[in-house]
Design a protein around this ligand. Sequence first.
Ligand code: CAA
Length: 267
Amino acid sequence: MTLSPGELARTGLRFDLDQPLPGAATVTLSRPERRNAQTPGMWRGLAAIGRSLPEQVRVVVIRGEGSSFSAGIDLRLLGGEAVPGSEPLPSPADPGFEDWIASCQEGFGWLRQPEIVSIAAVHGHAIGAGFQLALGCDLRVLADTAQLCMREPTLGLVPDLMGTKPLVDIVGLPRALEICLTGRILAAAEARELRLAELVVPADEMNGAVSDLAAAILTIGPATARATKELLARAPRSTLAEQAAAERAAQAPLIRPRVLTPGAPTL
Ligand code: CAA
């Protein structure tokens, strides 16, 4: 399903193809008056973008408009209030409740697909679902104004938008537990120390830094980038021998055209 720009705007999103440069696309959370608070409608919009992503897009940048990346779920929903552009939260007594969460998670899962590299460009607050959206991306560039916080347990909830696995993968179980159960704010410098950011830059340099990163990634051929991402993604759950076998299998289709046709372009 493709959403028109108007339909996307109603979910609080904007999609800009060829931004910051050709071969990339930028998704902007665009409810600055609510600090880009997220709704199920926004998650459906994100999922629709993922499903209809043009084939030429190889880098996706996620950013927030205004002073925050995202202040997490729109708290009015938790209070049972109606929020324009979104359905209300269903009752947890509903037998389809977990399926409903799965449909919301679709807005995040596509950011890890092998055909793209996703970059979260985070400035200001990334709280709750905002932090999870940043964690859902392959890479994170933080402005020095960034403040990350996993607030869900403070509100009596667990993080359920696919943020727990990347958090543990990156910082390890003890630190992830400490971050989640204290609900404390991580400033950009600490996020860098914990490897939650690939790069921390002054706020006014963030767009340039994201653009440079996207440009560097786009110099790699699409088949090579995809194979490399798949290979690295499987490494944590593979033995050394399994990973070595995966390297051999991934190399053959990349090197074959060059051996058969010397001077063939990089895939
Ligand atoms: N939901 C709804 N509205 C929000 C919001 C949110 N999460 N965050 C901010 N807003 C609204 C405020 O109500 C305010 O609206 P009004 O102008 O109508 O009063 C407006 O956005 C601006 O907010 P502030 O004046 O508070 O802006 P600030 O820059 O001083 O502070 C902030 C920014 C620190 C993010 C602060 O707004 C804040 O703490 N927001 C709440 C964050 C939060 O607890 N989010 C829930 C995380 S848990 C989660 O996300 C659960 C999940 O995934 C299931």
